[in-house]
Design a protein around this ligand. Structure first.
Ligand SMILES: Nc1ncnc2c1ncn2[C@@H]1O[C@H](COP(=O)(O)OP(=O)(O)OP(=O)(O)O)[C@@H](O)[C@H]1O
Ligand SMILES: N[C@@H](CCO)C(=O)O
Length: 317
């Protein structure tokens, strides 16, 4: 189970008291998730999620809190940091930065249908439209520079037959970097996988885990989402799911010609990013049975399949 920092009931009760949400009924470590420690917390006044931040620079936490406040005010179904009676959103528990957020309803979908994919496209467009006029600047700590820095040494850990694909991916990123960075920008979720979205039936009820959020090209968010939501097991894109996702997005924000031109490379960039981060996580947690480690090989398959165009951006709509 991915709870890196176990909690005692009395330390949790002391932490929760300043929120004035009533007595602690129950709490439980959350198995899903691989980066932070999360707990479902049941209090007299409702259901909440406590997150202990395990990774990443502490100085960025005010950015996440502010972004979620902006998105919450824009009516998006996101968690946001509750304030203690002293007005503090970011506190400390077990020597880790800690946030208490409302628990959102719904469940993750593993095999999304076209309607759910369209909901994801709409959600992303709303996120981008809510932030693009007043972008909260934060460079991704897993952006293009990070890929260029980490890629070559991680490539050495790969089986020889996978090496050329990663090397080509990194070379393409180096070549296209100025064009990618010139694309229209907003705030991005930058990790919109199925396990970060909640649904009740076909209704999208929550988007969680904004700890990779950053500022950057909006197209990158689409590429990350299409790769995860719309891929067949062999890595190829399923048009039955990608078309509704992209069409629902473009109904709210039209793609530009530059975005249409860079769509295929952007899908590959998003593959490289998660291939690398999964390789790092697999090395870091090797041999541990209590940490959820996602398969890096999935992004090898996706990147192989992305060598040939399978999806077109509907920019001419
Ligand atoms: N606000 C919330 N409402 C409902 N459930 C939540 C909420 N926050 C987290 N969860 C649950 O906790 C799980 C883990 O949360 P999260 O994805 O944020 O963890 P993480 O370790 O940061 O994950 P990841 O591995 O995706 O980076 C989610 O899959 C979800 O089931
Ligand atoms: N969503 C990521 C993990 C968190 O960044 C992945 O599936 O590799």
């Amino acid at each position: 189970m991915s709870v890196f920092t176990p909690l005692q009931r009395d330390e949790l009760e002391a932490f929760l008291a300043p929120y004035r949400l009533g007595r602690l009924r129950d709490f439980q470590g959350i198995v899903a998730g691989s980066e932070n420690s999360n707990f479902f917390v049941s209090l007299e006044q409702g259901e909440y999620v406590l997150t202990l931040i395990e990774r990443g620079p502490r100085q960025d936490l005010p950015f996440f809190i502010e972004l979620l406040d902006v998105l919450h005010r824009a009516g998006l179904p996101v968690p946001y940091a509750l304030r203690s009676e002293d007005g503090d959103a970011l506190r400390e528990l077990a020597e880790k930065p800690a946030l208490l957020q409302p628990r959102l309803p719904g469940k993750h979908v593993v095999e999304p249908n076209p309607h759910q994919c369209a909901e994801v496209g709409r959600l992303l467009a709303r996120l981008h439209l809510a932030t693009r006029e007043h972008i909260l600047e934060r460079a991704s700590d897993r952006g293009l520079d990070w890929m260029q820095e980490q890629g070559p040494s991680l490539a050495l850990s790969l089986p020889e037959d996978q090496l050329p694909l990663l090397r080509d991916g990194l070379a393409e990123i180096a070549e296209l970097r100025p064009k990618l960075l010139a694309l229209p920008r907003a705030n991005l979720h930058a990790d919109l996988f199925r396990d970060n979205v909640l649904f009740e039936g076909s209704h999208l009820t929550g988007v969680i885990d904004f700890y990779n959020a950053c500022s950057g090209p909006m197209l990158y968010d689409l590429a990350i989402a299409v790769n995860d939501w719309c891929s067949h097991p062999n890595g190829e894109i399923d048009g039955e799911r990608s078309e509704p996702l992209l069409a629902a997005y473009s109904a709210l924000r039209r793609f530009t010609p530059a975005e249409a031109e860079l769509w295929q490379p952007m899908l590959r960039v998003a593959c490289v990013r998660f291939w690398l981060s999964r390789l790092i996580a697999a090395q870091r947690h090797e041999g541990k049975t209590d940490v959820q480690v996602k398969d890096p090989g999935e992004f090898h398959r996706l990147l192989s399949a992305r060598q040939h165009p399978q999806s077109v951006l509907p920019f001419a709509f």
